[in-house]
Write a protein that binds this ligand. Structure first.
Ligand code: PEP
Ligand code: MG
Length: 591
């Protein structure tokens, strides 16, 4: 009988093929002690393997840079840093010398200890980085044990769907998209480094499938839908037919999207929509431009700090922001200040363990406490204002005081720049992400001090519904069409309009046809979507009539349940867009 598993979509694409279960992981290391006289020899062997691993990691990094680009290749930098990390190296050597353990056993122990410390944070970004560590651990341990590394994909005959507990960046980057049809894993998130590489390689992937590596068998047939995050094992005839029809429909849809890719984002009844892009890495700015974005609606800046061992220099940041501004001479570039904490932990901040990191020291709270980190970022953004319409956006603001404090800091940094003779444009805009119910309810006060609002629905949904957005098991409860969310969106949009400031939405819901329809119906005409969704969003917007969307939005506002809200939207959208290409998408699991 067919077995259906739902996880999180990590890389788009719909494929079918035989399963290959990849048993990749840390080997069992026998407990082995060595004679006193061999201790120094064993220490030397450890250092030798460490050097070899560095060489090997550099080779993979180089191959990645050639194949995918330098930004992707940076994924391997934390691994190189770890091979020289004193905690790793000194700890291992100590176990060899003091406990007379074999190098393999000593290294294994030390890594287990460090993992236990990092695991206690229990949050996904740290777990992702643990996955990088595992990559390195596997390489070093197999070498110390004198065995070949597992995961050799060279011997595979026909193209396969890889099923694994988790993958590693170095394994993924060696995959040939011609032979690897798709990837399905128990663990991992959209932000796992290997998932980022899978997206660059265009290998459809689904993560967070909990136990797929335990239940799948080699050679079993699988359908993998990286668009909705679903895997079907042993599909029956009906599943195969659904797959076939969906594949045809998606192909047609892609052709239709292509036809509108050079046209404006304007509704059928003539309302222009500012369609901007969300980008996570500087290299994506160019992709957003090529896809016809009107600007950058959300420039996430965490790439500058996560996975780094030291704080980024002001100059490096300035160059990244400037490059974005220059790519969009006629459009806005909205730079979000660091959104650290929650699920993003840079190594150098040494954040302490928190019971609830998403309710903890996060985003603007971190920035206002760590001015050594925040001030250089503000200076870098201010300097970039001379190159375009560069705006500053503050994440997770709850309180007017936070905005006022940032404005005060900006005043001080303007003075610093003046003294240094650095130019900036004094008419820049400062706005906030509305992503907590507190901010939504306090929007009237906040609007007095902000030049724009952008609604971060990914977090607004999580905080309104008390559903962790990263928990795959709660995905069915995570829904932006809950009446409480719809009413907040309406309220925020009304307040912004009354205050005469721009309101946009940059959460994933803006990229969903039902979401975009609802937002237009609530008179929100500025949407920011992940850059790969730009073409599709433009196509969808061009099919809508605002008048109709308003009617359905009014009904949705009065609807008593999530299902009723969704029905209103499906009723409205269904007459203009064939939703079959999106089926399942409005469950909107966001990681
Ligand atoms: C959001 O919360 O909706 C948002 C856009 O920010 P992020 O997904 O980076 O938290
Ligand atoms: Mg957010």
């Amino acid at each position: 009988m067919a077995m259906v598993r739902d996880g999180f979509p990590a890389a788009e694409g719909l494929v079918t093929g035989p399963v290959h279960v990849l048993r990749w992981g840390v080997p069992e290391v026998p407990h082995q002690t060595i004679p006193e006289g061999q201790v120094e020899e064993e220490v030397a062997r450890f250092h030798e393997v460490r050097e070899w691993a560095k060489g090997r990691t550099r080779e993979v990094r180089k191959a990645t840079a050639e194949r995918l680009g330098t930004m992707e290749a940076r994924i391997f930098e934390p691994q190189l840093l770890m091979l020289d990390d004193q905690e790793v190296v000194d700890g291992t050597v100590r176990y060899i010398r003091e406990n007379r353990l074999s190098a393999a056993r000593a290294f294994d122990w030390r890594m287990l200890e460090l993992q236990a410390i990092w695991m206690r944070t229990g949050n996904p970004m740290v777990l992702d980085r643990l996955n990088d560590l595992e990559d390195l651990q596997v390489r070093v341990l197999y070498r110390l044990l004198g065995q070949p590394e597992p995961g050799d994909l060279g011997a595979l005959g026909e193209p396969v769907v890889i099923v694994a507990r988790n993958l590693s960046p170095s394994l993924t980057v060696q995959m040939d998209p011609e032979r690897i049809l798709g990837i399905a894993t128990d663990e991992g998130t959209r932000t796992s480094h290997w998932a980022i590489l899978a997206r660059s390689l265009a290998i459809p992937s689904v993560v967070g499938l909990v136990d797929i590596s335990r239940v799948a068998r080699d050679g079993q047939e699988a359908i993998l839908d990286g668009r909705v995050g679903r895997v079907v094992l042993d599909p029956d005839d009906r599943d195969r037919e659904t797959y076939r029809q969906r594949k045809v429909r998606l192909k047609e849809w892609e052709r239709e999207v292509e036809l509108t890719s050079k046209l404006d984002a304007v509704t059928k009844d003539g309302h222009p929509v500012a369609l901007r892009a969300n980008v996570d890495l500087p290299a994506e700015v160019e992709k957003a431009r090529q896809q016809g974005a009107e600007g950058i609606g959300l420039f996430r800046t965490e790439f500058l700090v996560v996975g780094r061992s030291s704080m980024p220099e002001e100059e490096e940041q300035y160059q990244a922001y400037r490059q974005a501004a220059e790519a969009f001479p006629d459009g806005a570039v909205v730079i979000r200040t660091y959104d650290l904490g929650g699920d993003k932990f840079p190594m150098f901040l040494q954040m302490t363990r928190e019971e609830n990191p998403f309710l903890g020291w996060r985003a603007i709270r971190v920035c206002l406490d760590r001015l050594d980190l925040f001030r250089p970022q503000l200076r870098a953004i201010l300097r970039a204002t001379v190159h375009g319409d560069v705006r500053i956006m503050l994440p997770l603001v709850n309180d007017v005081e936070e905005v006022l404090r940032v404005r005060e800091l900006l005043g001080e940094e303007e003075e610093t720049l003046k003294k240094q003779g650095q130019p900036f444009y004094s008419g820049y805009k400062v706005g906030i992400l509305i992503e907590t119910p507190a901010a939504a309810l306090d929007a009237v006060e906040l609007a007095r001090h902000c030049d724009f609002f952008s609604i971060g629905t990914n977090d607004l949904v999580q905080y309104t519904l008390a559903v962790d957005r990263t928990n795959a098991q709660l995905a069915r409860f995570y829904n932006p069409f809950h009446p409480s969310v719809v009413r907040q969106l309406h309220q925020i949009a009304r307040v912004a309009r009354g205050a005469g400031i721009e309101v946009s939405v940059c959460g994933e819901m803006a990229a969903n046809p039902l979401g975009a329809y609802l937002l237009l119906g609530l008179d929100i005409y500025s949407l920011s979507v992940p850059w790969p969704s730009l073409a599709e969003s433009r196509k969808v917007i061009r099919e809508f009539r605002v008048e109709e969307a308003r009617t359905q939005a009014r009904k949705a506002l009065a609807a008593p349940t999530t299902r009723d809200v969704t029905d209103c939207l499906v009723e409205g959208v269904g007459s203009s867009v064939d939703l079959s290409a999106f089926s399942g998408r409005w469950s909107l699991s966001v990681q």
